[in-house]
Design a protein. Structure first.
Lengths: 267, 267, 267, 267
């Protein structure tokens, strides 16, 4: 079957902003996007299944099976200064390299149908030493004009001195998105903990930036409680993944040893 | 060729129940389904071959080669309180993760043509210590209304306190089946032995539950003898699989360390 | 590209016999088929290339590159008691499991166009101790009626007491061939040496059987000389394969520890 | 998505010569082709993306993401004795064996549309001891008549005594190219250093040969400076590749132990 998007209904949206929060470092993006869905009361309208997810089902306490999936939610703007949203969360990313490209391509083609022109992908950046009192929000983009527009929101776009690459969906959505004419920013929350442990503070910082950009009426005070609820489920999937697929490509961005390392690209 | 279903003839069946018994933990499902075919005199009508099986043939004593396959059998109801059946057994499951999804998808699309609306997948659950005198039958489902309907048959639906995931066809058929509008229950026989050794008692308990649900006229007394005959063949394939494909994803459900571990899923 | 058959010309053949001799244990089949092509003066008419071969080219002393391939040759019967032949030799088999199925399927579909109804696949069987003075020729088939017809040629069809499986093209061509209505026999030359070292004596015994069956006017006395010439080339490819693809699935048939092990298959 | 060629514009070219310089041993080909693009002022007109590249984006100092790609440049002949050129450079080759075939096939089909009839692929050959004062340029071809035509340019076509195979695009483009009726020569620069370290001297020797053959007005004196600029970027990608994909098939040609080893190929 490779990859399939199952659409339950087709919401009418006005050039929505797309937000991606799939599992990754510290589950920072996953938690932030999941909390946004909860607080906004966003509605699920589609699912993505893929042969590139682990071939298993999870079991809910209700005795229901749960096949691994990514889920599309929508939310309609309530005020003039807001925008319709499509938010993608999920249980898993591809367990093999090729799958990442295929899944990202399916997502991009699907959101194009809703006339998406701008996206935010959410990720974490694992650092060994805390550099700031509050976790820092870094940003990278596929359209250089966005740097100017968005740095006022407290996003540090000097990311290339901290990290050399972004793996998986958060990076590829931007990298391939520009060829689909979708502008995008990847917001990375600096995280001091182990890559596999949720970092609520970092998620909160990303959320605050996103809420400000999107003029959303969302408070982050319930985040801690919600994180504990979500965390168990997400952690379980990652443990299974680690046990069953040891060779999975790391979704941790590769670090740069020399901060001054330049990245000049010559034809 | 990826995956192909070869149909020898197309039986006329009245919304049959689908039963799956492919190799897995203790071969509990495989043995139960194989015995049912024997005792009912079910007829083979189709085979599934796949590039995701091992690229080899087995040799029968007759000198005939045997390509790895899954096999579809049918049985027509004899009494009013019975239902037509399609039973799937086989030599192998996919040897790589993607293959599981593809094979399951092919099976679901094929049985849809026969108007299948309900299925039972049969599997084993390996436990380290016996918790009951007779092996216990656990159940999980893709439709919560089935819990109420079927728990009277002695199926323990509190499975999520014992196991976190079900791998391979038994789980994916349910997980993906709901998107094809096929309700299903996975019956798991508790097994104390090694996952790779057949567990006749556990198969018998699953069979008893299935016979009761389906009002079948089948006695389980010949099971021991039949198991010995089947076991050799099935074991041989698994040994080859272990030798040749060491990295095959485990088809053993992942266990839960903490029985109280909750699985709350938040958007 | 996956797998492609490049046809240089389409010979008119009268329901030819198909002979396969791809690399494997002791290169017994490869050498026998290669010698037959040489001695008969068979003509190449098609090549098979595949993404499942190693992604490299070999270098000939002429400085020409050589892409890995399988090659189809034909030979037209000269006498009434002979049959037209299609002979397949090659540099390589698939380096991953799925590829075997795809390549075999492409071969079967291609030879069906020439109305092939019978095939001989040639392979080696590695044994630790010599059981006979001359290397023994074993046989397995996909059509039980062939056992009776061909055992008079000195083929031992009691193969299942020596070996449990046949991997790769020699086995799968038979196993899948029966679903394409092509009868077949796999001739296996018993070989005492290391699986990776050519076994001229074993190739010779297979050749003798084949020559008798097909009423060919071929002497085996030049075999030794030819083997030395072929061997270098074939060995080189296998060395590269071993260096670059360590995890390649073994093409050695799995041995049976207990000679009396029965293989009863029950539905 | 597998492999996709994105065409920004379709230049009108007169049966151009195709030059390939993708990453490989000492990045000799990549550096030579990149320098040529710079010095000629060649224009980019297409990109190739592939699921077989690593699923990540690189980060530029400008904060822009960079998806892994191969890039097609063209240059139009200025003088009568020159030819239009298509030059391919890139960040990466396939990270799995099948991908090499698919990418090469896509490249060949694409350049056929421009009526390419001749190509030069550029690669490195790692040697343990320097055999000559200046790095030597070796050559191999897919058309034996080219040996005579091009050996006057100082290309040593006795390559098969040094190396047994050429892996990846440089080899496969020639090997598969002959089936697309594109003649080709692979120029290999002898390199004494580690395969992973750029070898400017070797790139320069290849460039000199290429400039002479193509009658180009290019001086190699700025090469050292340019190499330092390019090297960082290329090296970074290779480091990531090494870290994340340890099992990647080696793109180093396999060496021949015995210089006299013959490579006679017998049907």
């Amino acid at each position: 079957m490779t990859t399939e998007i199952i659409e339950f209904n087709k919401p009418k949206l006005k050039s929505p902003i797309f937000i991606e929060g799939l599992p990754g470092v510290g589950n920072i993006g996953r938690i932030a996007a999941g909390y946004l869905i909860e607080e906004l009361g966003a509605k699920k309208f589609a699912e993505l299944h893929s042969s590139y997810f682990m071939p298993l089902v999870l079991l809910h306490p209700s005795s229901l099976v749960h096949v691994l999936k990514n889920e599309f939610y929508y939310w309609k703007a309530k005020k003039k200064n807001q925008r319709d949203l499509i938010i993608l969360i999920g249980d898993s990313q591809s367990i093999n390299p090729e799958g990442h490209y295929e899944i990202v391509e399916n997502i991009l083609k699907y959101i194009k149908k809703f006339d998406v022109k701008m996206m935010f992908t959410l990720a974490g950046l694992s650092v060994t030493e805390p550099k700031h009192k509050v976790p820092y929000v870094l940003g990278t983009t596929n359209s250089v004009k966005l740097v100017k527009k968005y740095k006022k929101y407290g996003i540090d776009f000097k990311i290339s001195s901290h990290v050399g690459t972004i793996s998986g969906a958060a990076g590829l959505l931007l990298g391939r998105g520009m060829y689909h004419k979708i502008d995008g920013i990847c917001l990375l929350g600096e995280s001091i903990g182990f890559p596999m442990i949720a970092d609520p503070k970092s998620s909160e910082e990303i959320l605050k930036v996103l809420i400000k950009i999107l003029n959303l009426n969302v408070k982050t005070k319930k985040l801690d409680k919600k994180i504990r609820e979500m965390e168990e489920f997400i952690q379980k999937i990652q443990n299974i993944e680690k046990q069953t697929i040891p060779q999975t490509i790391s979704q941790q961005p590769s670090k740069i040893s020399d901060e001054k390392e330049r990245l000049t690209y010559i034809g």
